[in-house]
Ligand binder design. Structure first.
Ligand SMILES: [Zn+2]
Length: 248
């Protein structure tokens, strides 16, 4: 099994679709720019945003986005009303139509919620997930990962090798970047930070903070507690306990 297939299967296992090769996502150019600048410290927020924007375009093409006439789009539209600009962030929300229970955010303000997660959860529980993903963006978790990925030797090596076998290697570069930036599991510290933000979000927007606990309880019961959102957002049982204690 080649690297691409491995990454693709891993993506399926996690409930996240890994993008196929494409020209829109120009990692080689980005890394080349990073190399010419010399070190990670010189990668600007604008550089990171450009990469996330391209990843967003790729992801949206590879998944089925709920259109305006979809009940899922209408429901998410209601739940995210007034959030296009929130807490100093520019946010954009869409639903991916799939049975997978998942959600993710990128450093450019992209938040994607899967319809499988929406089927499982109440409105306030979805608001918890939204608040949690906004928390990751606000704390810069995926930005830090992107910055690290754009400056690692592994990615640089893949880019160097891409001169001769452009298409095949370009695919593995994208898979690698998705793995490092989007599919990698968040640390417990990052999860707690995002959960705390979500709790504050629910209170601030006058919704039920206990929804954070019940959402995590549902995720714990789901298929033995692994896969989908759980693959990138670990230990829901412990997190539910922690959140429950905060509300006691
Ligand atoms: Zn998380």
């Amino acid at each position: 099994m080649n690297r691409r297939k491995v990454l693709k299967n891993l993506g399926l296992l996690l409930g996240v679709t890994v993008a196929a090769p494409g020209q829109a996502f120009d990692l080689g150019k980005a890394v080349g720019a990073a190399q010419s600048m010399g070190k990670a410290a010189t990668i600007t927020d604008a550089d990171l945003k450009r990469q996330f924007d391209q990843m967003t375009v790729q992801y949206d093409k590879k998944n089925t986005v709920a259109q305006a006439d979809s009940p899922y789009a209408a429901r998410l539209g209601t739940l995210t009303s007034g959030l296009a600009k929130y807490d100093g962030l520019n946010l954009n929300f869409k639903v991916y139509l799939t049975k997978d229970v998942n959600a993710f955010a990128m450093g450019n303000g992209t938040v994607r919620i899967y319809s499988g997660l929406m089927d499982l959860m109440t409105d306030d529980e979805i608001r918890y997930v939204i608040g949690h993903e906004i928390g990751h963006i606000k704390a810069g978790h995926s930005k830090a990962r992107m910055k690290a990925a754009l400056t690692t030797d592994a990615v640089r090596g893949a880019v160097a090798a891409s001169d001769s076998k452009a298409a095949a290697v370009a695919d593995s570069q994208i898979g690698e970047l998705f793995q490092k930036v989007i599919l990698a599991q968040h640390s417990q510290a990052n999860e707690n930070e995002a959960d705390d933000y979500a709790m504050g979000f629910l209170k601030k927007t006058k919704h039920e903070p206990m929804a954070a606990v019940t959402a995590l309880d549902k995720l714990t019961k789901l298929s033995g507690g692994s896969g989908g959102w759980l693959a990138t957002h670990p230990a829901p049982a412990e997190r539910a306990k922690r959140m429950r204690a905060k509300l006691a």
